[in-house]
Design a protein around this ligand. Structure first.
Ligand SMILES: Cc1cc2nc3c(=O)[nH]c(=O)nc-3n(C[C@H](O)[C@H](O)[C@H](O)COP(=O)(O)OP(=O)(O)OC[C@H]3O[C@@H](n4cnc5c(N)ncnc54)[C@H](O)[C@@H]3O)c2cc1C
Length: 603
């Protein structure tokens, strides 16, 4: 039977066979969870995503949002689904119990999020933004702030946002102009305008709690002088009831290329009267605190790339199995036409997509694995190293999954031919919705600078070396298996070369050629991502080869064989092009830096 969204079998494989996550469930922290409950959660989430969410995807895109007198109305079809998710407490699955969540392990929560994002990309942000903002309040808020806001944000009764961007402060957050003046009662009066604020205003929640970045009068310029404030849409009384309206208003919404029904709002504070904000944490610590939410949001953005790619791949695969066109290559002229999945170029394209979707899902689950380790590994050193690996790879999970996810969506549209260019199928919507992932939460270019400028040298390079050693382990396992020895050797060459490129680029980044080095930072992030894809596909193949030794029957047989063929495809056809890209980095062409502004032309 044709599948919609990711096959649950693949999650089972990654969670229980590739990563052996069962060991985490032995920790007392996860007393309420075992493999069976995790299975049930995932099966139910998939059912909701397919039966309840997916049917609203095209309609939400077509109807879009209505903006009138500061009020944003979401598509009618969103409301029952939002209520279903709220009542089922799906938004708080992975949130710690102390915050009112269910405390599920991150590998289960992210698998559920992948389903919900692929089921309805624009709707899922309304559900998840509250939890992200609440986590910051939980970490840095006073007892009173925690009591007032956290549980109701986590339960999706109230929404959440993050207000950083301003017309003159996009990538350069430190340039923000929103100001805060301390009042005698300890609150702050906030004045300023923010743009592009996701879920800044909508009708799905009774209140919205806005974390706002602003500069207190007299604070230093740049990021050092930024503080963060809790600005509720409605004030909250001591008994938890809603009070007066605060002076924070939506002044307009963007008309966008994708995620059409996700409200992207311009917000004005203090324009009509007084906008009151409550300091979160200490003065001038705003960036440090906000990074907490932004790191989670970066993971989430990477997950968008994976979820849309996975949804689009599955649609393309179904179409390729149904669409009949032309006879099979090498058959006589009067041979009957066949489904397009029989044509070599379509097969190549499908396997190319599958290799990325598989690699990206395993990579995401690897991040979840590190997150679990960072919380419950036995020693402090192990926990710190897991945390370090998570941090090192955060810019890659964000950027690489966003960009490759988009490319997978583009290729899915291609499989549909002309039909893919119409709105009759969801592939083009996945493609449009996916583009934003490379732009928000820090563009890909900014992530690449973070990787090269800050992350590579973490703990004196120890984190990066540990990461390389983890890849080496899988390669050694593959070399020990006759069937995979050649793929192991090829991946070894790639890994060796990545080490060489990293050393070369790191050295140049600290030399007078630093600008040229940074011109190669995104290609470098990409080859690191390619190496991770090769690693994850090889790891899948190693696991599958071990399982095949037990002579599995039924659907397991093609499933495991599929892992090996997918790894072979990626390592023999994509890895060589990535090795070529590594050569270009080693060559350190400086033309992009040397060319004069005028010589770009167009003046
Ligand atoms: C749909 C949507 C939702 C959003 N949601 C939110 C939200 O909820 N909250 C919020 O605060 N913001 C939000 N944003 C804003 C988003 O984070 C910014 O658009 C993004 O950070 C880029 O800023 P910018 O648009 O000003 O681009 P710019 O900063 O002007 O960048 C333009 C280009 O220049 C490049 N660039 C800039 N500086 C450098 C540099 N130093 N080195 C290399 N390249 C550079 C960038 O990579 C980019 O390609 C959202 C945006 C959109 C479109």
């Amino acid at each position: 039977m044709a599948q919609l969204l990711a096959e649950k079998r693949d999650f089972d494989f990654v969670m229980w066979e590739q990563f052996n996550n069962e060991k985490f469930l032995e920790n007392e922290k996860y007393e309420a969870f075992n493999k069976k409950t995790c299975d049930m959660i995932l099966t139910e989430a998939r059912k909701i995503a397919i039966k309840e969410m997916l049917p609203t995807m095209a309609e939400g895109d077509k109807v879009g949002l209505k903006f009138e007198d500061g009020v944003v109305t979401t598509p009618e079809c969103f409301k029952p689904v939002f209520d279903l998710l709220k009542e089922g407490e799906w938004g708080n699955l992975g949130v710690p119990e102390v915050m009112g969540g269910q405390g599920a392990p991150s590998f289960v929560a992210s698998a559920v999020s992948e389903y919900f994002m692929a089921g309805r990309s624009a709707l899922s942000s309304y559900v998840s933004m509250g939890s992200g903002a609440a986590a910051m309040i939980q970490l840095y808020g006073t007892e009173e702030q925690k009591k007032k806001y956290v549980k109701r944000m986590v339960s999706a009764e109230w929404g959440g946002t993050m207000l950083l961007t301003e017309p003159n402060a996009g990538s350069d957050v430190g340039a923000l102009e929103t100001s805060a003046v301390k009042n005698p009662d300890g609150t702050y009066s906030i004045t300023g305008n923010k743009i592009f604020i996701t879920c800044g205003e909508h009708d799905l929640c009774s209140n919205i709690i806005h974390p706002v970045l602003a500069r207190i009068e007299g604070a230093p310029a740049g990021t050092k002088g930024i503080s963060i404030f809790i600005v509720p849409k409605y004030f909250v009384n001591d008994d938890g009831s809603l009070g007066d309206r605060n002076d924070i208003w939506c002044t307009g919404i963007e008309h966008k290329h994708g995620i059409v029904a996700s409200a992207t709002c311009s917000m004005a504070m203090g324009a009509k009267g007084t906008c009151i904000g409550y300091l979160l944490g200490n003065e001038n610590e705003g960036m440090k605190i906000m990074f907490n939410m932004m790191n989670g949001a970066r993971m989430h953005t990477g997950l968008q790339g994976l979820a849309y790619a996975s949804g689009a791949y599955q649609l393309a695969l179904n179409y390729a199995r149904e669409r009949v066109q032309m006879r099979e290559l090498g058959q006589p002229h009067d041979a009957p036409p066949v489904t397009i999945i029989k044509h070599p170029d379509v097969r190549r394209n499908l396997l190319w997509m599958k290799s990325y979707v598989n690699g990206m899902r395993s990579f995401y689950q690897y991040m979840d694995y590190q997150e679990e380790l960072s919380k419950i590994a036995d020693t402090e050193e192990e926990r710190a190293l897991a945390d370090g690996i998570f941090e090192l790879l955060t810019p890659i999970i964000k950027s690489y999954l966003a960009n490759r996810g988009y490319e997978v969506c583009v290729q899915a549209v291609q499989v549909f031919g002309g039909a893919g260019y119409t709105k009759d199928y969801l592939a083009e919507q996945y493609m449009r919705d996916c583009k934003i992932a490379s732009i928000y939460e820090g563009t890909c270019g900014i992530q690449a600078m973070d990787l090269l400028g800050r992350k590579m040298g973490m703990q004196g390079g120890k984190v990066f070396m540990t990461f390389l050693a983890a890849i080496q382990n899988t390669i050694d396992e593959a070399k020990g298996l006759t069937e995979l020895a050649d793929l192991g050797e090829r991946t070894q060459k790639m890994l060796n070369k990545l080490g060489e490129v990293a050393a070369h680029l790191g050295k140049n980044a600290m030399s007078p050629q630093y600008k040229t080095a940074f011109a190669h930072s995104l290609p470098y992030l990409d080859v690191m991502g390619d190496t991770i894809m090769a690693w994850m596909n090889l790891w899948r193949a190693v696991t599958a080869t071990q399982k095949l030794a037990a002579k599995p029957k039924g659907k397991d047989l093609p499933f495991y064989e599929g892992q090996i063929k997918t790894a072979e495809f990626f390592i023999r056809t994509v890895v060589p092009t990535s090795m070529g890209r590594m050569d270009t980095i080693l060559d350190m062409c400086s033309a992009a830096i040397d060319i004069s502004d005028e010589a770009f032309g167009g003046l």
